[in-house]
Design a binder for this molecule. Structure first.
Ligand code: ADP
Ligand code: ZN
Length: 363
């Protein structure tokens, strides 16, 4: 029922395809269909993904390329910085990469952000292909063209918009992904349902077991529907001037927790707690019922995502939300639910409401 291809538009024109596949074997054909043969490739990957998937991908692309190289960095958010970018530029220059050559990101969101940033800046921009291997990258971060690196203590502070030429997903690569990383990806998928699609949210509730057991058709449907939601939002607002901000549901408080925990919790885990806080505010303002709030809590719990946060004071968390770069003229653009499947942006959420919501996840 669900196709294995999504076409993403940029500025109202078809820009690139996302392919949802069971293995890597279609990669060669996908590149040939785009006329990307006889080019040189630099595959950027991290130290974990390298061990599992690099050789297979290089072997598939090698024969149609004019040369293929790889660059591996130490896995983890700590590598997502300008030092790593510099090392990649050095490699590109040493290998004399020019505007016809291609960067390929093989890995999770960290790899995609970093490799995309290199592709967007090297020689003022070269072609870029994404092979996301984490659920977060497949269902969320590989769509929308955001690339970037962290700078000092600031996440994604330096970056650019750069659309890929192709996103190729091998859903089977999720089998080797640590369960904790998988569940963190689910958090953003739940978010997509909550902000835009009540049917999809209901479907997630009904399919928890099949999702957890990595049933292929279930995963495909889940990733497909999640990508379609994100695609629609970013197509309508590519540069985040309006409704794209709805994707920040759960992120105002989530980011603050992430920062205060010194990145010990995964992004998706912090977003899970942040979504409960935002849902609590929706409930207090009379938009969603007690039952609906409890359901959100339950689905987050069912995926082993955190539902509470200890060791941080509410004041402290609130204070950090004030430093978020997504503020507009000193007001926090808070996102909460008007109903399940419908989110709104509101700048009137008060300090007291936020503190009360944070207290709710501390019990
Ligand atoms: P995210 O995708 O959540 O932004 P990362 O890119 O850092 O985060 O990926 C999360 C972790 O999972 C990293 O340690 C990475 O090396 C590892 N990883 C990514 N994809 C896979 C995979 N398919 N199998 C095993 N480990 C993977
Ligand atoms: Zn997020």
């Amino acid at each position: 029922m669900y196709q294995d291809k999504i076409i993403v538009n940029y500025e109202s024109k078809p820009a690139y395809s996302i392919l949802l596949k069971k293995d890597f074997t279609g990669l060669k054909e996908a590149l040939l269909n785009l006329g990307l043969q006889n080019r040189r490739f630099l595959v950027i990957t991290d130290s974990n993904v390298e061990k599992i998937y690099l050789k297979e991908c290089m072997d598939l692309i090698g024969p149609i390329s004019r040369g293929i190289y790889s660059f591996t960095f130490e896995a983890g958010e700590n590598s997502k910085n300008l030092e790593t970018v510099k090392l990649v530029y050095n490699k590109l220059i040493a290998k004399k990469f020019d505007r016809n050559d291609i960067i390929l990101a093989l890995g999770g969101g960290v790899t995609g952000d970093l490799a995309g940033f290199v592709a967007s800046t090297y020689l003022r921009g070269i072609d870029f292909i994404q092979i996301p291997t984490t659920l977060l990258a497949m269902a969320d971060s590989s769509i929308g063209g955001k690339t970037g690196v962290d700078f000092m203590a600031y996440k994604n502070m330096i970056g650019a918009f750069h659309q890929p030429k192709l996103v190729y997903m091998n859903l089977s690569s999720l089998k080797t992904l640590p369960k904790r990383e998988f569940n963190a990806g689910i958090s953003e998928i739940i978010k997509h349902g909550l902000i835009k699609d009540a049917d999809f949210y209901k479907w997630l509730q009904d399919n928890i077991t099949n999702i957890q057991s990595l049933d292929y058709e279930t995963l495909k449907q889940m990733v497909y529907r999640s990508c379609m939601i994100k695609k629609k939002v970013v197509e309508e607002d590519p540069k985040e001037k309006g409704d794209r901000a709805l994707l920040n549901f759960g992120h105002t408080i989530g980011h603050a927790i992430e920062k205060l925990m010194d990145f010990q919790l995964l992004h998706g885990e912090c977003v899970a707690v942040g979504m409960i806080c935002a849902a609590y505010i929706s409930n207090k303002r009379g938009f969603i019922s007690n039952d609906e709030l409890e359901c959100i809590y339950k689905i987050i719990e069912a995926f082993n995502l955190p539902t509470s946060i200890k060791d941080l004071s509410s004041e402290e968390i609130y204070h950090v939300t004030r430093l978020d770069k997504k503020m507009e003229s000193d007001k926090i653009k808070f996102i909460y639910l008007e109903s399940i499947g419908r989110a709104i942006i509101d700048t009137s959420v008060s300090k007291d409401e936020m503190i009360e919501a944070i207290n709710y996840v501390q019990n």
